[in-house]
Design a binder for this molecule. Structure first.
Ligand SMILES: Nc1ncnc2c1ncn2[C@@H]1O[C@H](COP(=O)(O)OP(=O)(O)O)[C@@H](O)[C@H]1O
Ligand SMILES: [Mg+2]
Length: 273
């Protein structure tokens, strides 16, 4: 999926959202604990995500966003309900579904260089060793890390570290990118740069993205759709299509009347819960 990277810009490529579902979630429930301490975190959650769709999920802290993403990744099993990915039940983690965590500091191996961290995914995917150098070079180029391949994570800014984590996920050639508040710890300028980068990559490669954020403007800016979750237990409060033209632009999109109307609507929903 990486070969076309330098040949297209987002404005040349249409945003391809297909009719076939990538993800189908049916009546999902998740509870933790035993006996009187048992708590239902997610209840009766059904959701379909189309192939190539960029879905953003917003909701208050503690409403179950990370739990939902872990379930989609296959890192946890639901108490009830089912999740299908491309028509097959999710039974565990898969290389097709990559997850980017907010905490890039803990996601990277400090004793490995940037190149070494990216190569880790190639090792896991059993890509022949002779191909590693070239693939690492391509991935580093894609994520603007070419000058830092031999640096260690501790020598990089937060934004650069998050780029390494994303490059490592892309090394898996994922069909689905799951992102858990990936830019939450970054400054505004760095965050905007990475938003545009991820939007561009998803568009060029037709990757399905489920992007969790507590920043409603980020959700509208990136999403084809925004799902607003309610808490206690986590469930879908509203599922809102984002009818804002692409390619989006950090200044003009955020001034677009439709963008502002959605911001009002979602702000109201989150305030009410
Ligand atoms: N493994 C776990 N065991 C017990 N409780 C958990 C576990 N994971 C999450 N929770 C609880 O589930 C709730 C939702 O957590 P989380 O999914 O992390 O929310 P969010 O990402 O929306 O902030 C929290 O109350 C949290 O304490
Ligand atoms: Mg979370």
């Amino acid at each position: 999926m990486l070969h076309k990277d330098n040949c297209h810009t987002s404005s040349e490529v249409g945003h391809a959202v297909h009719d076939e579902p990538a993800i189908q979630v049916e009546r999902l429930a998740m509870a933790f604990g035993e006996g009187p301490a048992r708590r239902t975190i997610i209840d009766g959650l059904s959701l379909t995500v189309a192939r190539g769709e960029f879905l953003c999920i917003v909701g208050a802290s503690g409403c179950g966003k990370t739990t939902l993403l872990r379930l989609l990744a296959g890192l946890a099993r639901p108490t009830e309900g089912r999740i299908d990915f491309h028509g097959k039940p999710v039974n565990g983690p898969s290389r097709e579904r990559a997850i980017v965590f907010q905490d890039y500091g803990r996601a990277l191996l400090p004793w490995r260089t940037v190149g070494g961290n990216i190569a880790l995914a190639l090792e896991t995917c059993k890509v022949p060793k002779v191909e590693h150098a070239e693939r690492v070079k391509q991935l580093a180029e894609t994520m603007g890390l070419s000058h830092a391949v031999n640096h260690y994570p501790s020598q990089l800014s937060g934004g650069m570290q998050q780029r390494v984590q994303i490059a490592r996920c892309l090394a898996q050639n994922p069909t689905l990118l799951l992102m858990d508040e990936p830019f939450g710890a970054l400054d505004a300028i760095t965050r905007q740069g990475l938003q545009d980068e991820v939007a561009r990559l998803a568009q060029v490669h037709g990757t399905t993205v489920v992007f969790i954020t507590h920043d409603l403007e980020e959700a509208i800016y990136l999403g084809d759709r925004v799902v607003v979750l309610a808490a206690n237990p986590g469930r879908i409060l509203r599922d809102i299509p984002v009818d804002v033209p692409r390619p989006r632009h950090q200044l003009t999109t955020r001034e677009d009347q439709k963008f502002l109307a959605l911001r009002h609507e979602i702000f109201g929903l989150l305030e009410g819960h």
